[in-house]
Design a protein around this ligand. Structure first.
Ligand code: MRU
Length: 373
């Protein structure tokens, strides 16, 4: 079994006597280096998400859950030194005002973290899961509140890999034998805790049929396809060809692509899907050439609270991502830049949404999908 399938967790809680901290692969360094960083405070988690040390919707979600637990520890340590969170059962001697303040600050910190990136709904979903823990822990000792938040973050972390394996298995069933699979951006092990969503489908398909071929879009401006998808697939010995974003219709017309599988950052109730900028261009070309276009995503990426893709907030990022390559300006001074990080693929272009519960047509999400409240 490969390194990515068995050993590497993109983001992981490291438990210590004082509660612990988050440890994650620094994705800004790939493919030049494979390094992990320790994140110990709410502010550094906010920055890690914003600067894309951690990226990819499911991984951002887990980062959010970790960040909530880190902040609870930070607040607790301002009240009392934490010597042994797991063994020390001495009740904390604090007054009602201190408790009230702890919970008020906690909520502010959670909301602040939620503002680090706007498009991937997994972030607010995971913070929402942590808010539920807080609600159910209101009468408990604050050390227990922290322990519950940590344990919940670890639960979400472990479930993510299981979910991705299910997505992989459902998706592999629709991959034709010997298929050319086109993917955009990185929806792999590194965009999740492990295994990946779109690349989870690739991994499961490859385990059954080692004649499949992957075509990875470069994914300008940040190059997640070139830098991260090819890195993962080469490490797993899965055949991958890197193409630039404008090349997809060449490969489609020449019958080298049989199926497209991409990830998602937010899927609206009608199946409209926000994913990395350039995804909808691929979907439009796939429709023209009659190539099925699938979205692979956990249920936590589905936002039934919004009717359509028109309600999805698209993150606008720094213009230097477009104007600069490897620290060098690649365009004339004075040119106007707009840098939307995601686009919305219309539901009519999507053959199916591959989830851990099976594959749904976009119009089925509203009626058939069971999501927890
Ligand atoms: O800006 P990024 O790199 O976080 O964008 C990532 C994507 O668009 C992925 O395709 C999506 O989050 C799905 S990851 C399983």
């Amino acid at each position: 079994m490969s390194e990515f399938q068995s050993k590497i967790k993109t983001i992981e809680w490291c438990k210590t006597k004082q509660g612990g901290y988050s440890i994650m692969v620094d994705q800004t360094k790939i493919p030049y280096a494979f390094e992990k960083v320790e994140i110990k405070t709410l502010d550094s988690m906010f920055d890690a998400i914003k600067t894309m040390i951690v990226r990819g919707a499911p991984a951002i979600g887990i980062a959010g859950a970790h960040g909530c637990a880190l902040f609870a520890l930070e607040l607790l340590s301002k009240i009392v030194p934490i010597e042994d969170l797991w063994q020390d059962i001495t009740p904390l001697n604090i007054n009602e005002n201190q408790r009230k303040e702890f919970f008020e600050e906690l909520e502010k910190g959670f909301n602040y973290l939620n503002s680090s990136r706007p498009t991937a709904v997994n972030l607010s979903w995971a913070i929402g899961e942590q808010k539920k823990i807080v609600e159910n822990s209101r009468t408990l000792d604050l050390k227990e509140v922290c322990a519950n938040l940590i344990n919940n973050a670890i639960r979400l972390e472990n479930e993510d890999i299981e979910i991705n394996k299910k997505i992989g298995d459902y998706g592999a069933a629709v991959v034709p034998k010997g298929a050319g699979i086109l993917t955009h951006c990185n929806a792999g092990a590194l965009a999740t805790v492990g295994y990946g969503t779109a690349l989870g489908v690739v991994r499961s398909a490859f385990a059954k049929d080692n004649t499949i071929q992957v075509y990875a879009d470069e994914t300008r401006p940040r190059g997640q396809g070139a830098k991260i998808t090819t890195f993962e697939l080469v490490k797993d010995n899965i055949p991958v060809t890197l193409i630039t974003d404008g090349m997809c219709s060449y490969f489609m017309r020449n019958k080298m692509i049989d199926i497209v599988v991409v990830g998602a950052d937010r899927i609206a109730a009608n199946g409209d899907t926000a994913n990395k900028i350039g995804t909808s261009t691929v979907a439009i070309a796939a429709k023209y050439y009659n190539i099925p276009f699938y979205v692979a995503a956990p249920k936590s990426t589905i936002d039934l609270s919004i009717e359509s893709g028109n309600d999805i907030i698209i993150e606008l990022r720094d213009e230097e991502e477009v104007t600069m390559v490897n620290g060098k300006r690649i365009c004339a001074e004075g040119v106007k830049i707009i840098n939307p990080s995601f686009d919305v693929t219309d539901n009519s272009l999507i053959a199916g949404i591959i989830t851990e519960d099976g594959i749904f047509k976009p119009e089925e999400l509203k009626y058939k999908l069971k999501v927890s409240a």
